[in-house]
Design a protein around this ligand. Structure first.
Ligand code: S6P
Ligand code: ZN
Length: 176
């Protein structure tokens, strides 16, 4: 079925919220292993949620990461590789401030992003989004529907972690 999306609707949150075919809510208990320290939480906050709209060949997903920290480490997505080695992806940032960690072999890069910017994520680079601000950090991702998602890296961890320091963020080596 043909879906026509005008620009103003594409970037509005209500589009993502009303047109999704899949909704994932990730709470701390779903991903405690991703955070390197401070897991003695007695609450189980929502860390992020994703509204995915899977169409025939292309998919788009709206991700909103809440502001917050676990043991000083900012709220973030689990992170993944695409199993299709040719699969790239576009992120367009809708609100807040974030870091995108991308990783391949022993290289890990952190890209600071904010509302209005667009990022191309090349094939073969794992990617994780981190909310380093005090508002919701949200973005729209566009990717081929058959990219495949491999979350193994979320268990091993990325090489860098983003922690709060004097009201800002700093990157540290992940000592696992
Ligand atoms: C999909 C794309 C995003 C993420 C979403 C949640 O290829 O990269 O839609 O799925 O931001 O992250 P994660 O790591 O839990 O899938
Ligand atoms: Zn992806």
């Amino acid at each position: 079925m043909l879906q026509v999306v005008d620009k103003s609707r594409l970037i509005s949150h209500s589009f993502a919220l009303t047109s999704h075919t899949k909704h994932v809510v990730r709470k701390l208990s779903d991903m405690a292993f991703c955070f390197s320290r401070g897991l003695a939480e007695d609450k189980d906050p929502i860390i992020y949620e994703v509204f995915e709209n899977q169409m025939r060949d292309l998919s788009c997903a709206f991700t909103r990461i809440l502001p917050g920290k676990i043991g000083g480490e900012f709220f973030m997505t689990k992170g993944h590789f695409h199993t299709d080695e040719d699969a790239s992806e576009i992120y367009h940032f809708l609100s807040g401030r974030g870091l995108i960690l991308i990783q391949k072999d022993n290289k890990c890069k952190a890209l600071e992003v904010e509302e209005g910017q667009t990022l191309y994520i090349p094939p073969l680079w794992a990617h994780r989004a981190i909310n380093i601000g005090n508002k919701v950090f949200s973005f729209l991702a566009v990717y081929r529907s058959n990219v495949g998602h491999d979350f193994d890296i979320s268990k091993k961890g990325f090489l860098k972690i983003a922690v709060s320091k004097k009201g800002k963020y700093c990157l540290k080596d992940n000592k696992g």
